[in-house]
Write a protein that binds this ligand. Sequence first.
Ligand code: LCS
Length: 397
Amino acid sequence: MDKDGMRLETKATHIGQEPDPLTGSIVSPIYQTSTFVFPSVDEGAARFKGERDGYIYTRLGNPTLAALERSVSALENGEKGLAFASGMSAISSVIMAIVSAGDHIVADKCVYGCTFAFLTGILTRFGVEVDLVNCSEPEQVEKAIKPNTKLIYFESPANPVLKMVDMEAMARIGKKHDITTVVDNTFMSPIFQRPLDWGIDAVVHSATKYLGGHGDLIAGIAVGSHEFMEHVAATTLKDLGGVLGPLDAWLILRGIKTLPVRMERHEQNAMKVAEFLENHKGVEKVYYPGLVSHPQHELAKKQMTGFGGMLAFELKGGFEAGRTLMDSVRLCHLAVSLGETGTLIEHPASMTHSPMTPEARSAAGIAEGLVRISVGLEHVDDIISDLSPALKKATGF
Ligand code: LCS
């Protein structure tokens, strides 16, 4: 039970999902508008000054976005959420609200390819120093900290190798050195993991994935303290302008109503697919936090309440075998993205993590032959029946 007296399933159904007070419409209208009419010049000026509440212009706030922001903030047990045009927009806006030229970031070596590109390509052009370490070993983070370190950034579990970072340890290091900690919680969603409860300062999501859940939009969300999120809203969200469209916010709110049950089924299916792969003779290694064989299974049990729907594996026969597998599946779609209703299969080295050099992938533990699956909501036997002949073709087993 959370501070607002509701459990997650109840929050997903009710917070930000209130009936329209004007008409009683049980589903809130979509405020599909760019701007809001002021009743007078004085009122417009007062809203701009922040002296009076009221909407101004959708890039600065919109009732449909506000409903989504309340929903995700409540699920994450945070104080305030902010919606963005994409996960990358959320990540870049949050990070740029923290660091300036001359500052230093400690980030994990294993992050989504475009996050890697943003950290090492774009931010370094603007005079921000970035050191990549393995945050799963907290002593590496401690060692990398410098007097100008302003941010510790990581994913847990990390895309695509499903390695965890001890969030309690990161929060402790951050507080000790007065450094902001930010985690990308896309893979777990707030249903299975709530980083703020472990003392992390802010959470970012690609809402394109589980939060939206239906593969029909691109969006991002960030959640943190009221003070920090107000700072992001007033600076990088407002002035870089990565604002989400109201229709997409409304679609995510609809998706969130079923988030708890979807996550439960994604996990049940993923566990069965992981066990099937682990027992398959043609499979070299499976990466899934729910397997007892996962080296951080105990950490996963400590800080997550479920293991999620994402897994990765390597085949005997490496990349060529993986290519045959991915070209042979029929039910699973060969596509990037994740967290939607259907099962998606992809090759990180040539797709999602292609912005990284082979050396950077190797340092992050991403094998060139690694195959990633976002396990969907189909009947799990049908998923396995699709993988089975493709594995036989790929590996001979
Ligand atoms: N964070 C994580 C962990 C992601 O996996 C992604 C996208 C993003 C942030 C960026 O979010 P977006 O801007 O796309 O909403 N990950 C993708 C993936 O693994 N396949 O395709 C996109």
